[in-house]
Design a protein around this ligand. Structure first.
Ligand code: SF4
Ligand code: F3S
Ligand code: FES
Length: 248
């Protein structure tokens, strides 16, 4: 049965904004994005929201619902009490363009800073032979829909703009880990993970893993193993000896 819900939506642009209250109809089976669309259709035609697939697959509709990063299209209205006021705000870690739409170009910048997959010279596509376990490990990471909710929630940059230049965020530290674990990638990514992309800033709070809509075990399967690979390198006696000899 339908009912009227109380919504509080962040409106604004150019660094200014406020929460605006609405009362809006809700029908059975609807998700938060349906309600935002109804607001656009009936009360706030200029309300800005980014979305594409409405199926949890494009990663566009990331927002914060009652303070938690969520996909608007995958958050069912039935998870809230009918008399609850639902607060919808833009992702906090990225600058707001307008209303619920944030400028996520930080993430694309970080993506560009990571050297792409580099196979050994002479190995042609089609000639790669991989163990099934290596394939499965990559496949988990490749479920990422780039919603950037993990980067949004990570405390290293959520309230610390100053850390952004030095920290790629969980999404791209996971990308580095994926490439480092790939049996055919020849780039040495361990030092740069630590020195250029800020792996050391991660103190394993796992907030990124908790919000991932694809249920990727970002911390356990990517970040912690990558930290272990970096440490193994640091305490490898041959590497240590090489450093002593060549960095004098
Ligand atoms: Fe979104 Fe998960 Fe990918 Fe992070 S790892 S961008 S939370 S899908
Ligand atoms: Fe941040 Fe995830 Fe590490 S939330 S601190 S990147 S475990
Ligand atoms: Fe595509 Fe929500 S609209 S994930």
């Amino acid at each position: 049965m339908g009912y009227k819900a109380k919504f509080r939506v962040w409106r604004g642009e150019g660094g200014e904004g406020r929460l605006e209250d609405f009362t809006v109809e809700v029908n059975e089976g609807e998700v938060v994005l349906d309600i935002i669309h109804r607001l656009q259709a009936t009360q706030a035609p200029d309300l800005a929201v980014r979305w594409n697939c409405k199926a949890g697959k494009c990663g566009s509709c990331s927002m914060e619902i009652n303070g938690k990063p969520r996909l608007g299209c995958m958050t069912r209205m039935s998870t809230f009490a009918e008399d609850e006021t639902i607060t919808v705000t833009p992702m906090r870690t990225f600058p707001v363009i307008k209303d619920l739409v944030t400028d996520v170009s930080f993430n694309y910048q970080k993506a560009r800073e990571i050297p792409s997959f580099t196979p050994p010279a002479g190995v042609q596509p089609g000639e790669y032979r991989m163990q099934q376990i290596d394939v499965e490990r990559s496949q988990e990471f490749r479920k990422c829909i780039e919603c950037f909710m993990c980067n949004n929630v990570c405390h290293v940059i959520r309230d610390h703009e100053e850390n952004k230049p030095a920290f790629a965020g969980p999404r791209f530290l996971m990308r580095i880990a994926e490439l480092d674990m790939h049996p055919y990638d020849v780039v040495d990514r361990k030092d740069s993970a630590q020195e250029d992309h800020g792996l050391g800033y991660c103190n394993i709070t796992k907030c990124c893993t908790e919000v991932c809509p694809e249920h990727i075990k970002i911390t356990d399967n990517a970040l912690i193993p990558m930290k272990e690979r970096v440490v193994d390198r640091k305490y490898d006696p041959l590497v240590w000896l090489g450093d002593k000899i060549f960095k004098r």
